[in-house]
Design a protein around this ligand. Structure first.
Ligand code: PGA
Length: 258
């Protein structure tokens, strides 16, 4: 049997509570016939939707994640949301280091590392996002940047903790309305480098087990091609997945042709 393929969406600062609930219910309905041995499905909506989203999710069908998290359980961190607060909502997964957190909101690798450790210590599935900027690509240092982001972001993570670790490669230049999707060959090459780095950090078995997802302007036209690449284990989709029917179509087209 083929390896499980990962499909997820981050809804960013879109979708109200009601929109999120409707989206999750529709997505579950549309995909309920697909065996979860074949796919892992996840949705990452805003903080304010966490409680409702987790109430309507069927744990056997999908995980619900948060888009960010503070690195302490409590304290003088105005505006932050702690792991305890997310556990209270029933959140399964925490995304750390999305490109908009790094480049619009100025987070550093050191901060991402504290969050990764905190998320893993609180037993969340932890999705660390990495990706180079257009300028770094231009300089020809994409691979170096990715290695640094992985080594700093995962510093202090134990081999056992990698069981709950996922990585997404999301080149900054490929994300959002002005983004250009990475070619499947380019994405594959970076994924190969990520795999090599993870093996260096955690050994063959653990390093090979961590799922590597590609994100950045994934759409119905490029999803199948990307999914067929050897080192791409999943697709992390923004805009093209925010309509449940479109998301379902992408999932099915990938499963048919993979
Ligand atoms: P996009 O977003 O698919 O709309 O480019 C991807 C992301 O930011 O995760």
């Amino acid at each position: 049997m083929k390896k499980k393929f990962y499909f997820g969406t981050n809804t960013k600062m879109y979708k109200t509570i009601q929109n999120t609930v409707d989206f999750i219910l529709r997505l579950q309905e549309l995909t309920s016939d697909i065996s979860r041995d074949e796919i892992e499905l996840f949705v990452i909506p805003s903080f304010t939707t966490q409680k409702d989203a987790n109430q309507v999710k069927k744990p056997e069908l999908m995980k619900v994640g948060a888009q960010n998290m503070g690195w302490e359980e409590e304290g003088q961190f105005t505006g932050e949301i702690s792991p305890i607060m997310l556990q209270e909502c029933g959140t399964d997964l925490v995304m750390i280091g999305h490109s908009e957190r790094r480049h619009v909101l100025g987070e550093s690798d050191e901060e991402e590392n504290k969050k990764v450790l905190c998320a893993l210590n609180h037993d969340f599935t932890t999705l660390l996002c990495v990706g180079e900027t257009g300028e770094e690509k231009e300089y020809g240092i994409s691979e170096e940047v990715i290695r640094i982001q992985l080594k700093k972001g995962l510093y202090g993570v134990t081999r056992e903790q990698t069981e709950k670790l996922w990585i997404a490669y999301e080149p900054v230049w490929a994300i959002g309305v002005n983004g250009k999707p990475a070619s499947k060959e380019y994405a594959e090459e970076i994924h190969r480098v990520m795999r090599e780095t993870l093996i260096e950090l955690f050994g063959e078995t653990a390093g090979n087990r961590i799922p590597l997802l590609y994100g950045g302007s994934v759409n119905p036209g490029n999803a199948v091609g990307l999914s067929r690449m050897e080192h791409i284990d999943g697709l992390f989709i923004g805009r093209a997945a925010w309509d449940a029917d479109n998301f379902n179509e992408i999932i099915r087209s990938v499963l048919e042709k993979r």
